[in-house]
Design a protein around this ligand. Sequence first.
Ligand SMILES: NC(=O)c1ccc[n+]([C@@H]2O[C@H](COP(=O)([O-])OP(=O)(O)OC[C@H]3O[C@@H](n4cnc5c(N)ncnc54)[C@H](O)[C@@H]3O)[C@@H](O)[C@H]2O)c1
Length: 349
Amino acid sequence: MKYHLVSGGCGFVGRNMVKRLLQTTSDTVFIVDDLSTGIHPSRWFPSYTMRRLGEVEIIGTEERVYFLKEDFRDFLFRFRHEPDFIAKKWIPDFVAFHDVYHFAAIVGGRAKIEGDPMMVALDLSIDAEFFHWVCTHKPARVLYPSSSAAYPVNLQTSQGAVALKESDIDFEKNLGTPDMTYGWSKLTGEFLARIAARHYGVRVVCIRPFSGYGEDQDLTYPVPAIAARAARKEDPFEVWGTGKQGRDFVHIDDVIDCIQLLMDNTGDGSAYNIGSGRLTSFIELIQLFCRFAGYSPVIKALTDKPMGVYSRYADMSLMENRFGWKPKISLEEGMRRVYEAACRRISEE
Ligand SMILES: NC(=O)c1ccc[n+]([C@@H]2O[C@H](COP(=O)([O-])OP(=O)(O)OC[C@H]3O[C@@H](n4cnc5c(N)ncnc54)[C@H](O)[C@@H]3O)[C@@H](O)[C@H]2O)c1
């Protein structure tokens, strides 16, 4: 029996990863999430049932998911003091985690990244504890989600915007300035991942997802928020900044596909882009959702709101050339799914 650990498994990417692991493996998944922003499994686990074992909730009739509500750092501290505590407390045959997916992080939309950068900087402490633990526990495979926010912001301005390629971050030559403390913590995490791989022999994959989105994403993120406002036919339609700023939107199902591909094929600590390679401005996104909703509002720019960098999109040639990978879900199809989910949510209110 294999046990996989998913930190932050009640967040957006984590929930989708857990569901996929249950579909594609016969293994058991151990989730640690403090629910600071995450959603309790009772609200997203299909056919939810639960049996309590001390602090842990064992979920589902097959009992393949264990959920512990705890700060991930406290969970890692426990290993330091009592390395076999999981076997003693909950899973007698437990020896070590096989795969570890580390999604516990203080994230959020632009309001959080620019509004409370020191709160976000706590990611540095989560990741430092994490990589220290990884190098002692030695799981078989580790996923570290970095972010497109790690790329230098001077490559993302209105004058100098380029498709961001993996080599634009080069620890030997050029790092530039990443996007606020969020990007800085991700860059540091990537550096720790390289050290874990090269000095401690741990198999680690780093990913740089661009703007991941999906039907079950929190409304503090722009895609579901814009979809919900279009479904309510907001007019005038407000956009943060000028609305000309663009992002590279990639559906969560494609993100999870790509993670599984990379976990099976790499592990030296190098980082890979996960995007579509296409730049879409927020005005274009609003127009798409309003087309689904069948109306054409006036777009009102809120120039006092934070808008982040001007242009952030991926050069996907490395993923295409090395692994033949491209996202399967088009922007139109993915956003249509988000729009329909927003309409369902509104009709249930
Ligand atoms: N969603 C994206 O498009 C995207 C893009 C780039 C990178 N990422 C990275 O992927 C990871 C997951 O992102 P997400 O979108 O799922 O975010 P999210 O906020 O939905 O999930 C993070 C989860 O971590 C939990 N958490 C936070 N601090 C914790 C702690 N100290 N201990 C235990 N749990 C804690 C939260 O409760 C939440 O459930 C993050 O590292 C993020 O930077 C995501």
